[in-house]
Design a binder for this molecule. Structure first.
Ligand SMILES: C[S@@+](CC[C@H](N)C(=O)[O-])C[C@H]1O[C@@H](n2cnc3c(N)ncnc32)[C@H](O)[C@@H]1O
Length: 303
Protein backbone atom coordinates (compact mmCIF):
# COMPACT_ATOMS: atom_id res chain seq x y z
CA UNK A 1 0.00 0.00 0.00
CA UNK A 2 1.29 3.47 -0.81
CA UNK A 3 1.21 6.43 1.53
CA UNK A 4 -1.74 8.85 1.58
CA UNK A 5 -0.40 12.26 2.59
CA UNK A 6 -2.16 13.87 5.53
CA UNK A 7 -3.17 17.57 5.64
CA UNK A 8 -1.47 17.91 2.28
CA UNK A 9 -2.83 21.21 0.93
CA UNK A 10 -3.13 22.76 4.37
CA UNK A 11 0.56 22.14 5.09
CA UNK A 12 1.95 23.28 1.75
CA UNK A 13 -0.26 26.38 1.61
CA UNK A 14 0.71 27.36 5.15
CA UNK A 15 4.38 26.79 4.40
CA UNK A 16 4.33 28.93 1.26
CA UNK A 17 2.16 31.76 2.54
CA UNK A 18 1.56 32.90 -1.07
CA UNK A 19 5.23 32.65 -2.11
CA UNK A 20 6.16 30.76 -5.26
CA UNK A 21 9.92 30.66 -5.00
CA UNK A 22 12.71 30.20 -2.46
CA UNK A 23 14.47 27.36 -0.69
CA UNK A 24 12.38 24.85 1.27
CA UNK A 25 12.99 21.77 3.40
CA UNK A 26 10.82 18.69 3.78
CA UNK A 27 12.21 16.93 6.87
CA UNK A 28 10.28 13.71 6.16
CA UNK A 29 10.10 12.80 2.45
CA UNK A 30 8.23 9.47 2.90
CA UNK A 31 6.76 8.89 -0.53
CA UNK A 32 7.07 12.58 -1.40
CA UNK A 33 3.43 13.64 -1.27
CA UNK A 34 4.12 16.99 0.38
CA UNK A 35 7.34 17.57 -1.57
CA UNK A 36 5.64 16.99 -4.93
CA UNK A 37 2.77 19.36 -4.21
CA UNK A 38 5.28 21.95 -2.99
CA UNK A 39 7.37 21.59 -6.17
CA UNK A 40 4.24 21.99 -8.29
CA UNK A 41 3.65 25.41 -6.71
CA UNK A 42 7.21 26.68 -7.03
CA UNK A 43 8.95 28.37 -9.97
CA UNK A 44 12.06 27.10 -11.75
CA UNK A 45 14.49 28.99 -9.46
CA UNK A 46 13.20 27.35 -6.29
CA UNK A 47 14.95 24.51 -4.45
CA UNK A 48 13.56 21.76 -2.22
CA UNK A 49 15.79 19.67 0.05
CA UNK A 50 14.17 16.61 1.62
CA UNK A 51 15.40 14.35 4.39
CA UNK A 52 14.53 10.74 5.17
CA UNK A 53 16.16 7.95 7.15
CA UNK A 54 14.44 5.15 5.27
CA UNK A 55 16.28 3.54 2.32
CA UNK A 56 12.95 2.79 0.58
CA UNK A 57 11.90 6.44 0.80
CA UNK A 58 15.33 7.39 -0.58
CA UNK A 59 14.88 5.15 -3.60
CA UNK A 60 11.61 6.92 -4.45
CA UNK A 61 13.25 10.30 -3.86
CA UNK A 62 16.18 9.38 -6.11
CA UNK A 63 13.72 8.96 -9.01
CA UNK A 64 12.25 12.37 -8.30
CA UNK A 65 15.76 13.85 -8.27
CA UNK A 66 16.23 12.54 -11.82
CA UNK A 67 12.99 14.15 -12.96
CA UNK A 68 13.24 17.49 -11.19
CA UNK A 69 16.53 19.41 -10.95
CA UNK A 70 15.06 21.67 -8.24
CA UNK A 71 14.91 18.73 -5.83
CA UNK A 72 17.62 17.08 -3.70
CA UNK A 73 17.29 14.20 -1.21
CA UNK A 74 19.47 13.85 1.87
CA UNK A 75 19.88 10.50 3.65
CA UNK A 76 19.99 11.75 7.22
CA UNK A 77 17.81 12.49 10.18
CA UNK A 78 16.15 15.87 10.24
CA UNK A 79 18.00 16.26 13.55
CA UNK A 80 21.06 16.98 11.36
CA UNK A 81 19.23 19.72 9.47
CA UNK A 82 21.65 22.58 10.02
CA UNK A 83 24.80 20.59 9.41
CA UNK A 84 23.46 18.88 6.26
CA UNK A 85 22.26 22.17 4.78
CA UNK A 86 25.55 23.88 5.66
CA UNK A 87 27.42 21.06 3.89
CA UNK A 88 25.49 22.09 0.76
CA UNK A 89 26.28 25.78 1.24
CA UNK A 90 22.83 26.69 2.59
CA UNK A 91 22.54 28.87 5.68
CA UNK A 92 18.97 30.12 5.38
CA UNK A 93 15.71 28.79 3.97
CA UNK A 94 12.19 30.09 3.34
CA UNK A 95 10.29 27.22 4.91
CA UNK A 96 10.68 23.94 6.80
CA UNK A 97 8.03 21.25 7.09
CA UNK A 98 7.90 17.83 8.72
CA UNK A 99 5.24 15.12 8.74
CA UNK A 100 6.33 13.05 11.72
CA UNK A 101 6.21 9.37 12.50
CA UNK A 102 6.07 6.34 10.26
CA UNK A 103 4.80 6.03 6.70
CA UNK A 104 2.08 3.57 5.64
CA UNK A 105 4.56 1.42 3.67
CA UNK A 106 6.72 1.09 6.81
CA UNK A 107 3.69 -0.09 8.79
CA UNK A 108 2.20 -2.26 6.08
CA UNK A 109 5.26 -4.26 5.05
CA UNK A 110 5.55 -7.19 7.43
CA UNK A 111 9.31 -7.43 6.82
CA UNK A 112 9.90 -3.94 8.28
CA UNK A 113 8.73 -5.33 11.62
CA UNK A 114 6.65 -2.36 12.83
CA UNK A 115 3.27 -4.04 12.97
CA UNK A 116 1.49 -6.39 15.33
CA UNK A 117 -1.15 -6.90 12.64
CA UNK A 118 1.23 -8.85 10.40
CA UNK A 119 3.91 -11.20 11.55
CA UNK A 120 7.43 -10.22 10.52
CA UNK A 121 10.96 -10.00 11.92
CA UNK A 122 11.01 -7.70 14.96
CA UNK A 123 12.89 -4.79 13.39
CA UNK A 124 11.10 -1.37 13.62
CA UNK A 125 14.07 0.68 12.37
CA UNK A 126 13.16 3.53 10.04
CA UNK A 127 16.74 3.36 8.81
CA UNK A 128 17.19 -0.37 8.44
CA UNK A 129 20.65 0.13 6.95
CA UNK A 130 22.16 0.74 10.41
CA UNK A 131 21.66 0.39 14.16
CA UNK A 132 20.00 -2.19 16.39
CA UNK A 133 16.76 -3.95 15.53
CA UNK A 134 13.98 -3.96 18.13
CA UNK A 135 14.76 -7.64 18.79
CA UNK A 136 18.42 -6.83 19.59
CA UNK A 137 17.49 -3.76 21.59
CA UNK A 138 14.99 -5.71 23.75
CA UNK A 139 17.66 -8.27 24.60
CA UNK A 140 20.06 -5.56 25.83
CA UNK A 141 17.79 -3.27 27.82
CA UNK A 142 17.23 -3.72 31.57
CA UNK A 143 13.71 -4.53 32.71
CA UNK A 144 13.27 -1.31 34.67
CA UNK A 145 14.48 0.89 31.83
CA UNK A 146 12.13 -0.92 29.46
CA UNK A 147 9.20 -0.46 31.84
CA UNK A 148 9.96 3.27 32.03
CA UNK A 149 10.04 3.56 28.24
CA UNK A 150 6.77 1.66 27.81
CA UNK A 151 5.20 3.92 30.44
CA UNK A 152 6.58 7.17 29.05
CA UNK A 153 6.41 6.63 25.28
CA UNK A 154 3.43 4.27 25.25
CA UNK A 155 1.53 5.92 28.10
CA UNK A 156 0.87 2.31 29.15
CA UNK A 157 -0.36 1.79 32.71
CA UNK A 158 0.73 -1.83 32.85
CA UNK A 159 4.28 -1.13 31.74
CA UNK A 160 5.93 -3.06 34.62
CA UNK A 161 4.09 -6.32 33.99
CA UNK A 162 4.65 -6.04 30.26
CA UNK A 163 8.37 -5.29 30.64
CA UNK A 164 8.72 -8.29 32.97
CA UNK A 165 7.00 -10.61 30.51
CA UNK A 166 9.16 -9.34 27.64
CA UNK A 167 12.40 -9.78 29.57
CA UNK A 168 11.34 -13.25 30.79
CA UNK A 169 10.76 -14.31 27.19
CA UNK A 170 14.43 -13.97 26.14
CA UNK A 171 15.00 -13.50 22.39
CA UNK A 172 11.80 -12.38 20.65
CA UNK A 173 12.27 -12.77 16.94
CA UNK A 174 8.96 -11.68 15.42
CA UNK A 175 6.31 -9.00 15.82
CA UNK A 176 3.73 -11.78 16.25
CA UNK A 177 5.62 -13.23 19.23
CA UNK A 178 5.96 -9.82 20.86
CA UNK A 179 2.27 -9.05 20.31
CA UNK A 180 1.32 -12.37 21.90
CA UNK A 181 3.58 -11.81 24.95
CA UNK A 182 2.14 -8.33 25.54
CA UNK A 183 -1.42 -9.55 25.02
CA UNK A 184 -0.98 -12.29 27.61
CA UNK A 185 0.67 -9.94 30.14
CA UNK A 186 -1.88 -7.16 29.67
CA UNK A 187 -4.63 -7.40 32.28
CA UNK A 188 -7.03 -4.85 30.86
CA UNK A 189 -7.65 -4.55 27.14
CA UNK A 190 -8.96 -1.23 25.83
CA UNK A 191 -11.89 -1.16 23.43
CA UNK A 192 -10.91 -0.84 19.74
CA UNK A 193 -7.22 -1.07 20.59
CA UNK A 194 -4.95 -4.08 20.32
CA UNK A 195 -3.39 -4.60 23.78
CA UNK A 196 0.08 -4.30 22.23
CA UNK A 197 -0.57 -0.93 20.52
CA UNK A 198 0.99 1.18 23.25
CA UNK A 199 3.99 -1.10 23.77
CA UNK A 200 4.77 -1.21 20.04
CA UNK A 201 4.53 2.58 19.86
CA UNK A 202 6.90 2.96 22.80
CA UNK A 203 9.54 0.60 21.41
CA UNK A 204 9.34 2.23 17.98
CA UNK A 205 9.75 5.72 19.43
CA UNK A 206 12.71 4.59 21.53
CA UNK A 207 14.69 2.72 18.89
CA UNK A 208 14.25 5.45 16.31
CA UNK A 209 14.97 8.22 18.87
CA UNK A 210 11.87 9.94 17.57
CA UNK A 211 11.31 12.43 20.38
CA UNK A 212 15.01 13.23 20.80
CA UNK A 213 15.23 14.00 17.07
CA UNK A 214 12.24 16.38 17.25
CA UNK A 215 13.82 18.18 20.21
CA UNK A 216 17.06 18.72 18.30
CA UNK A 217 15.32 19.58 15.02
CA UNK A 218 12.95 22.34 16.17
CA UNK A 219 15.55 24.91 17.34
CA UNK A 220 17.65 24.21 14.25
CA UNK A 221 14.63 24.81 12.02
CA UNK A 222 14.11 28.21 13.63
CA UNK A 223 17.79 29.06 13.22
CA UNK A 224 17.83 28.31 9.51
CA UNK A 225 14.55 30.11 8.74
CA UNK A 226 14.69 33.55 7.15
CA UNK A 227 12.48 36.25 8.67
CA UNK A 228 8.86 35.49 7.65
CA UNK A 229 9.89 31.92 6.81
CA UNK A 230 7.43 29.31 8.02
CA UNK A 231 7.71 26.16 10.10
CA UNK A 232 4.90 23.61 9.56
CA UNK A 233 4.88 20.36 11.54
CA UNK A 234 2.33 17.53 11.51
CA UNK A 235 2.23 15.23 14.52
CA UNK A 236 0.25 12.08 15.16
CA UNK A 237 0.23 11.59 18.90
CA UNK A 238 0.14 13.67 22.02
CA UNK A 239 3.81 13.12 22.94
CA UNK A 240 4.97 14.64 19.65
CA UNK A 241 2.35 17.36 19.63
CA UNK A 242 3.24 18.41 23.17
CA UNK A 243 6.88 18.95 22.19
CA UNK A 244 5.91 21.10 19.22
CA UNK A 245 3.28 23.04 21.12
CA UNK A 246 5.64 23.79 24.02
CA UNK A 247 8.44 24.77 21.68
CA UNK A 248 6.30 27.20 19.69
CA UNK A 249 4.81 28.52 22.92
CA UNK A 250 8.26 29.21 24.37
CA UNK A 251 9.59 30.79 21.19
CA UNK A 252 6.55 33.02 20.75
CA UNK A 253 6.18 34.33 24.33
CA UNK A 254 8.10 36.91 26.28
CA UNK A 255 10.47 35.46 28.88
CA UNK A 256 8.87 35.29 32.31
CA UNK A 257 9.53 38.00 34.88
CA UNK A 258 12.12 36.78 37.39
CA UNK A 259 9.83 37.89 40.24
CA UNK A 260 12.54 39.80 42.13
CA UNK A 261 10.46 42.95 41.95
CA UNK A 262 13.29 45.03 40.54
CA UNK A 263 12.55 47.29 37.63
CA UNK A 264 14.14 45.63 34.64
CA UNK A 265 14.30 45.96 30.92
CA UNK A 266 12.74 42.82 29.59
CA UNK A 267 14.66 41.42 26.68
CA UNK A 268 12.48 40.30 23.84
CA UNK A 269 13.86 36.89 22.88
CA UNK A 270 10.87 35.80 20.82
CA UNK A 271 11.80 34.20 17.51
CA UNK A 272 8.43 32.90 16.34
CA UNK A 273 4.86 34.02 15.84
CA UNK A 274 2.08 31.41 16.06
CA UNK A 275 0.15 31.13 12.82
CA UNK A 276 -2.20 28.15 13.00
CA UNK A 277 -3.18 24.84 14.51
CA UNK A 278 -5.17 22.71 12.09
CA UNK A 279 -6.68 19.21 12.23
CA UNK A 280 -7.97 17.09 9.36
CA UNK A 281 -11.43 17.83 7.97
CA UNK A 282 -14.28 15.33 8.35
CA UNK A 283 -13.93 14.39 4.69
CA UNK A 284 -10.23 13.70 5.08
CA UNK A 285 -10.77 11.55 8.19
CA UNK A 286 -13.45 9.58 6.33
CA UNK A 287 -11.16 9.02 3.35
CA UNK A 288 -8.04 8.35 5.44
CA UNK A 289 -8.63 7.29 9.07
CA UNK A 290 -4.89 7.74 9.82
CA UNK A 291 -5.48 11.51 9.63
CA UNK A 292 -7.84 11.34 12.63
CA UNK A 293 -5.10 12.03 15.17
CA UNK A 294 -3.08 14.48 13.07
CA UNK A 295 -2.39 18.05 14.12
CA UNK A 296 -0.60 20.61 12.01
CA UNK A 297 1.07 23.48 13.83
CA UNK A 298 2.41 26.44 11.90
CA UNK A 299 4.65 29.27 13.09
CA UNK A 300 6.49 32.12 11.39
CA UNK A 301 9.99 33.42 12.04
CA UNK A 302 10.02 36.97 13.33
CA UNK A 303 12.19 39.62 11.70
C1 LIG B 1 4.56 10.21 7.75
S1 LIG B 1 5.88 9.81 6.69
C2 LIG B 1 6.00 11.20 5.62
C3 LIG B 1 5.09 11.13 4.44
C4 LIG B 1 5.27 12.23 3.42
N1 LIG B 1 4.95 13.52 3.95
C5 LIG B 1 4.43 11.94 2.19
O1 LIG B 1 3.49 12.69 1.92
O2 LIG B 1 4.73 10.96 1.48
C6 LIG B 1 7.26 10.02 7.71
C7 LIG B 1 8.59 9.74 7.02
O3 LIG B 1 9.58 10.42 7.78
C8 LIG B 1 10.69 9.59 7.96
N2 LIG B 1 11.29 10.03 9.23
C9 LIG B 1 10.77 9.93 10.46
N3 LIG B 1 11.60 10.48 11.36
C10 LIG B 1 12.64 10.96 10.66
C11 LIG B 1 13.83 11.66 11.03
N4 LIG B 1 14.12 11.95 12.31
N5 LIG B 1 14.67 12.04 10.05
C12 LIG B 1 14.41 11.76 8.76
N6 LIG B 1 13.32 11.08 8.36
C13 LIG B 1 12.45 10.69 9.30
C14 LIG B 1 10.17 8.19 7.97
O4 LIG B 1 11.17 7.30 7.55
C15 LIG B 1 9.00 8.28 6.97
O5 LIG B 1 9.42 7.95 5.69
Amino acid sequence: MSHISVLLHETVDALLAERNTGIYVDGTFGRGGHTRLLLSKLDEHARVYAFDKDPQALAVAAELEQQDPRFKIIHASFADLKQELAARGIEQVDGVMADLGVSSPQLDQAERGFSFMQDGPLDMRMDNSQGETAAEWLLQIEEEALANIIFKYGEERYSRRIAKAIKNAGLIETTGQLAEIVKTAHPKWEKHKHPATRTFQAIRIAINKELEDIDIFLPQAVEVLKPEGRLAVISFHSLEDRLIKQFIQKESSLAEDTGWGLPQVQQDTRRLKKIARICASEEEVKANPRSRSAWLRVAEKLA
